[in-house]
Write a protein that binds this ligand. Structure first.
Ligand SMILES: [Zn+2]
Length: 168
């Protein structure tokens, strides 16, 4: 989905001290998905035991597709098989990526069978936490991960600069 539009604006030209020719400004919002990591889990929706992806969705107001305003964000985990979404708070996600552990309270019918299969091979029965809690962190989270973290102080600095300039 793409929401947005364009407006015709006459931009002020400080050299001529007048309004310039009419220009088209394209604006709207866009969504960016950042892949933060993955973990093994059993999906409560489709029942598959497999990779689940830890992601951050960010929503930006853009001008000419340059994301200028952070409108919102959400963190969560998506089942690799069916895409079922589990919301995770920013604090939980930060902790999960730091500790490389994400314990989730969920019913996993496959646990007993998996524990038995590993016991049959190794004579040691792993705990449910050993099977499902560990997180693989994506080492290349991309430019938007950095921009997401830098945006709040950058925006604040810009606002302060504008206020100071306007007051002087
Ligand atoms: Zn699923």
């Amino acid at each position: 989905m793409w929401l947005g539009g364009y407006l015709r604006a006459r931009l002020y030209d400080p050299v001529q001290s007048s309004l310039g020719d009419e220009q088209v400004v394209i604006f709207g919002w866009l969504k960016r998905v950042t892949f933060l990591g993955s973990k093994l889990d059993q999906c409560p929706n489709c029942g598959v035991v497999g990779d689940h992806y830890l992601v951050r969705n960010t929503y930006w107001g853009h001008v000419f597709w340059v994301p200028l305003v952070l409108l919102g964000f959400r963190h969560g985990m998506a089942c690799g098989a069916c895409g079922a979404w589990t919301g995770i708070s920013i604090l939980e996600m930060r902790k999960a990526l730091r500790d490389r552990l994400l314990p989730l309270a969920r019913v996993r019918p496959a646990t007993g069978q998996m524990q038995q299969a590993i016991f049959d091979e190794t004579y040691r029965r792993p705990s449910e936490a050993e099977l499902f809690d560990s997180v693989g962190v994506n080492p290349k989270r991309g430019l938007f991960d950095l921009y997401f973290k830098l945006w709040p102080p950058l925006a604040l600095a810009l606002v302060v600069a504008i206020v100071v300039l306007a007051a002087s």
